[in-house]
Each structure stands twice: as C-alpha cells, then as structure tokens.
Design a protein around this ligand. Structure first.
Ligand SMILES: *Cc1c(COP(=O)(O)O)cnc(C)c1O
Length: 368
C-alpha cells in the first residue's frame, strides 16, 4: 500500500538537521534571544534574495500584511473605510489584514486559469474609494505584476503583495516582493521557505515605510522606552531567524526540485476528468502547491486516499462564505465558488521520491 503524505516536514528539515541544531545552539549560547544579530543578518539575506532595499522581520505572515496597512494609515496614505481590492479566492489572512485595519476588503474574482488577480478583473472593482490593491500570488505563481503596477500607477493606488506562497516567483527576473510598494511574506513551517515555528517578513524599497515598520513591530518604539506609535509586539525571534538563515541557503535548490516535479506532472498527468494548472512560460512559478481541478472533486479525493495518496483543499470554504464575514455571505462570486468547489492539491515537495511522483501520476491517470 502506498503512503504518500502531502508534505513531509520532518523529512524536509532532517536534511539540514546538523546545521539547524548548530544554529540553535549558537543562539542559546549567545544569551541574546530577541532583536539581535541573527535577525539583522537574516533581514539582509532575505532583502538580497528579493532584491529589495529593506526587509523587516515580524512574527508571522498575517502581521506582515496587517502592519504594512497600519503603517500606511500612520503615514496618512490610507484612512478608515478606504477600499482595498483583494482576490476573493485567497486564504482568509489577506482579508483579515484589511478588515483588522478598519479598511474595506473589495472581493475581486480571480482569473480562472491562474487563480490570481489580473488587470481586467481589478478594473471592474475600482471605485472612487479604492486606495490599494492586495494581489496574492497564490499557489506559487506570481500575479501579472507588470500590468497591475501600470494600473495602480494610472489610478494612484498602493500595492501590497501577499507573497506568503511565492518566495522566489518572478516575472522577467523581478521577484515577488519587489514589485509592489510593500510585500508580506510568511515563513510558516509549510511554506516554501519555512521556519520551525511562526515567522514572517515585510519587504519594501520605501525608506519611510521601513522606518515606521521597524517601530510598529516593536511597541511603536525606535528607541527603548520612547514610543512614537501605538505599536504591537510582532518580532521575529533569534532562534527562528537562525533557522531561516540555514534554510534560505537551500531555497533555490528546493525550488528547482519543485519545478522539476511540476514539469513532470504537467507532461505526464493526462486524464480528461482532471484540469491541470495553467503554467505560463513567462512566470517563474515556484509551485508552493500543485492544484488540480475536477468536477467530481470529492470522488477523486476519496479515490486518491484509497490509493494511499494524501491530498488537501486550498481552500474548502471561500472567505465570503465564512461565518466570520457574514456581511459578504450573500455575495455571488461564481468563479471563486467554482474554484473552491473543484480544486484539489496533490503532493509536491522537495523531498518526494521519484517512485512517489510516478505513483501519483499513474493513479491519477487511472481515475475513471
Ligand atoms: C500562510 C498565508 C498567510 C499567513 O501567514 P501566517 O504566517 O500563517 O500568518 C497569508 N496569506 C497567504 C496567502 C498565506 O498562504
């Protein structure tokens, strides 16, 4: 019997066990556990990876998004009730970041082929109250940022990229996280760059924004016991920064492994009942998830499970149908609802064995 688990985090991290343990000991021995050298070094390394001027470590990906919007409010660029356009099919965190700040999420239907926003869809959602766009590079493929940036420029809108699933994705050599006015990243353990606990970061080229964010994440304080803002405690601790400094060295290689599996799936999976992801050549997709569509999703999922293949749904309930957002419950968003009804994520990770990949292909191809 097969036992192909969706994502084997233990196997991923055990590849680097020696280095991770050494880095952990280094922090323990340093006697300095918050806002120290590991964080400063990681921020520099991640800014360099994304090719941005600044990286500000925070406690998690949700806080990264929340704090950028909050900083724009402090700067007077956003005000209560302003509209922020966000894909309706995103993970709920992107939407929580908007409502948490007293801003209005405007749920935009994504492109059915890429599952991301595109300029055409965004245009339909722009009103006189629109102040920002929050594109989510979902599943590891980057939104068409060239056209989105042009649109934002024409309408004088801010762009906050949600890069929680897209570390290293790029268009024309420009990475996710370097296109917008600011970007939020998550290093949740299961993300392409994952810590061994919660962690997140913001990237930006804007000096003023970076300066406020450095304070906001630390009680609103630049200087100990002097508070310029009513900030929060959202710091990326030294142990997690040290873990990330080990893992960032392997991110490029791990991404290549994901891309190879994805290419194999795309060339070998062939079943008229299954729609494959639409891979766009110009985008460097980093395959956080490999998402199929199937009209008979639950039958396919049970079939795969009976054959020892674990799958997941990202995500089973669209945000506008959640109890947490009753004000959106009667919205009609046909593409988003179709996506949530039909999508299924199959295993993809840098530690999958060739035999496992072949097995996934064969079993899907035999689904009748
Ligand atoms: C994971 C994720 C987040 C939130 O990140 P956390 O670190 O879990 O807070 C935000 N947006 C998207 C699209 C995500 O996948």
């Amino acid at each position: 019997m097969n036992n192909i688990i969706f994502l084997d985090l233990k196997k991923i991290n055990s590849q680097y066990e020696y280095e991770l343990k050494e880095a952990c000991s280094r922090v323990i021995d340093s006697g300095w556990y918050i806002m120290g050298k590991e964080l400063t070094e990681f921020e520099a390394e991640f800014a360099s990876y994304c090719n941005t001027k600044h990286c500000i470590g925070v406690a998690n990906g949700l806080d990264a998004l929340i704090l950028v919007l909050r900083a724009w409010k402090e700067l007077g660029l956003l005000n209560d009730g302003d509209e922020v356009i966000v894909p309706a099919n995103t993970y709920i965190a992107s939407i929580l970041a908007i409502s948490e700040n007293g801003l209005k999420p405007v749920l935009c239907e994504p492109n059915i082929d890429t599952y991301n926003l595109d300029a055409q869809g965004i245009k339909k959602c722009i009103t006189s109250k629109t102040k920002a766009i929050l594109p989510v590079h979902i599943y590891g493929t980057i939104s068409p940022m060239d056209e989105i940036c042009q649109l934002a420029k024409d309408h004088n809108l801010l762009i906050l990229e949600d890069c929680a699933q897209s570390h290293g994705a790029e268009i024309a050599g420009v990475k996710a996280g370097a296109w917008g006015d600011a970007s939020g990243f998550s290093f949740y353990p299961g993300k392409n760059l994952g810590a061994l606990g919660d962690a997140g970061a913001i990237t930006t080229n804007d000096d003023k924004l970076a300066d406020i964010l450095v304070a906001l994440r630390n009680y609103g304080s630049h200087k100990k016991y002097e508070n310029l803002y009513q900030g929060v405690n959202s710091r990326l601790d030294e142990i997690q920064a040290a873990m990330l400094r080990v893992k960032i060295k392997y991110l490029a290689d791990e991404t290549i492994l994901r891309q190879k599996i994805a290419e194999y799936y795309l060339s070998k999976i062939n079943n008229p009942l299954v729609t494959l992801p639409n891979y766009q050549e110009r985008n460097r997709h980093v395959w956080h998830l490999f998402v199929l569509r199937c009209k008979e999703r639950s039958r396919l999922q049970s079939y795969l499970s009976e054959n020892g293949i674990q799958t997941l749904i990202h995500y089973p309930i669209p945000p506008h149908k959640q109890k947490a957002y009753q004000e959106f419950n009667d919205y009609v968003l046909p593409l988003t609802e179709q996506i949530h009804r039909e999508i299924l994520s199959i295993p993809i990770s840098p530690v999958m064995e060739t035999a496992e990949i072949d097995c996934v292909v064969n079993i899907i191809n035999n689904f009748r």
